[in-house]
Design a protein around this ligand. Structure first.
Ligand code: NDP
Length: 492
């Protein structure tokens, strides 16, 4: 063999003599068990698939950097990567759809995941958001039920519109998000043409120990654009990877997409008096009350080399905080703090953070040992703490969480407010007439396959409460009438 050519090897590094013909007893066979190259090849192939994410299975990823453009931000957080104008932090992003499987079409009506990993000098900070500023539900205890309705019916293995609208119509906190989802932003033109939102309220803490509540908004520098519904349907058939392809090709061509990050800063004590519950992820915080402040720019400039290793095995988790950024009491966020890392442990194993795409750029020092696929990062024989060895890792009380008072009884209680209609109605009313028309049509088209009138009527009631015009128009489109008791309630 030519010495300059790369030699084909087994996984254990042994050169392979023949990769076209199995070793057989005589020309006809049977095949011999001693063909260890064949056994390894088949066995590895048999294990190529790992469990797909139960949500956000289909996605695309890219690397880039985040650069701070506003010196003032360090007034609100001591987060190292935000403490100086001009500071650049490498980052990775994964965009995704939510409900479809790994091979499903990109151009469906669905929220898009917008999950950013910042590789900071104080460990990884993951901001795992969506392209919507709100969510369907506000307590994680409802999440498995909600997702079951978005996935396939366990008998027919078909998508089930009855289940979707049965759940939504009995979970009116979804009204704001479904209005957002059925508007023009529900099918983005590309991943580059959508905003990203942290969605939850988070807590920032500055050097003086002063705390603020914060909302994140990544605003697309490409502009926000939706995809025409008919074109989206066509693309789902002709090019189901349309958004994945667009992102890859744009970056490959040097047309780097970027987003400007803004935050809304909310003084800590305001959570007691603000007109909306700051920790209710089905609500937005008005920019008239808390205007956006620019933080910096995110630029995507590098495609992954190995999709499986870097995108499929990317593990983002809202539990990845850095000093200066903390959780809020948002009940949906609290559940996600557990669930994301848990799902990655199931999918990838307990040591998934040692994989190159997930590995922090700083040293990790702790007393966790062993576990499947341990990469050998922790080499010291001291695997307990406290210990008498000064050179072994020690806690640092300067990064303790910022304490805040809680009161009340331990109990299963709903949020105080059940006004699910005002903000959904506001959103409807801020849409142009054309977008309102498309929204109504999208609702009608989506609800038509529902075979149970009770479900449709209950949902029409919610639309009517958000805006009588919206409720009336959807009812007409479905050939139904707004229930009299809903109209009476509205005029009382
Ligand atoms: P705000 O001024 O706080 O928010 C208005 C925002 O609405 C805009 O900044 C824009 O957000 C977004 N928006 C504009 N057109 C559309 C559209 N066609 N579809 C979806 N979003 C759109 O006003 P209010 O506090 O009075 O809120 C009114 C409604 O705005 C809310 O009920 C909410 O649904 C919606 N909204 C509010 C956001 C917020 O964080 N306050 C963010 C997004 C929507 P952007 O610049 O992010 O595109």
């Amino acid at each position: 063999m030519d010495k300059n050519k790369k030699r084909l090897t087994t996984s254990s590094g042994a050169p392979v003599g023949d990769n076209q013909n199995s070793i057989t007893a005589g020309n006809r066979g049977p095949v011999l068990l001693q063909d260890v190259h064949l056994l390894e090849k088949l066995a590895h192939f048999d294990r190529e698939r790992i469990p797909e994410r139960v949500v956000h299975a289909k996605g695309a990823g890219a690397y880039g950097y985040f650069e701070v453009t506003n010196d003032e931000i360090s007034k609100y957080t001591k987060a190292d990567f935000l403490n100086e104008k001009g500071k650049r932090t490498p980052m990775f992003i994964r965009f995704s759809t939510v409900a479809g499987e790994l091979g499903s079409a990109d151009t469906v009506r669905d929220p898009r995941g917008f999950a950013v990993k910042f590789y900071t000098q104080e460990g990884n900070y993951d901001l795992v958001g969506n392209n919507t500023p709100i969510f369907f539900i506000r307590d994680a205890i409802k999440f498995p039920d909600f997702i079951h309705t978005q996935k396939r019916n366990p008998q027919t293995n078909l998508k089930d519109k009855n289940a979707v609208w049965d759940f939504w119509s009995q979970s009116p906190e979804s009204m704001h998000q479904i209005t957002y989802l059925h508007g023009d932003r529900g099918i983005p033109a590309t991943y580059r043409h959508m905003n990203g939102y942290g969605s939850h309220t988070y807590k920032w803490v500055n050097e003086e120990g002063e705390a603020f509540w914060v909302k994140y908004h990544f605003i697309s520098d490409q502009g926000v654009k939706g995809l025409d519904v008919d074109l989206a349907d066509e693309l789902a058939g002709t090019n189901p990877d349309y958004h994945t392809e667009d992102l890859f090709n744009a970056i490959e061509a040097g047309d780097y997409p970027s987003w400007t990050l803004y935050v809304q800063i909310i003084p800590f004590e305001d959570y007691k008096t603000y007109k909306w519950d700051l920790f209710d992820v089905t609500k937005t915080v008005s920019q008239k009350d808390y205007p956006r402040i620019e933080v910096g720019k995110m630029v995507l400039n590098r495609n992954p080399q190995n999709y499986f290793a870097e995108v499929e095995q990317a593990a983002l988790s809202p539990a990845h905080f850095v000093p200066g950024i903390e959780a809020s009491p948002d009940k949906m966020l609290q559940g996600r703090l557990f669930s994301y890392s848990d799902t990655q442990r199931y999918r990838l194993g307990v040591n998934h953070e040692q994989l190159p795409v997930n590995r922090p750029i700083v040293e990790t020092n702790n007393y966790q040992r062993a576990g499947a696929m341990q990469y050998g990062q922790q080499v010291s024989p001291i695997n307990y703490e406290p210990n008498r060895y000064d050179e072994e890792p020690k806690e640092d009380s300067s990064v303790d969480i910022n304490p805040f008072e809680v009161e009340g009884q331990a109990d299963s209680v709903p949020y105080d407010s059940s006004d699910h209609y005002t903000q959904a109605g506001d959103l409807y009313r801020l849409m142009s007439h054309d977008e309102q028309d498309r929204l109504v049509q999208n609702f009608v088209d989506h609800m038509k396959p529902v075979t149970i009138d009770e479900i449709k009527l209950r949902q029409i009631g919610h639309f009517y409460k958000a805006d009588p015009d919206l409720g009336t128009r959807v009812a007409e489109g479905l050939g139904l009438e707004v229930p009299a008791e809903i109209k009476n309630e509205a005029t009382e």
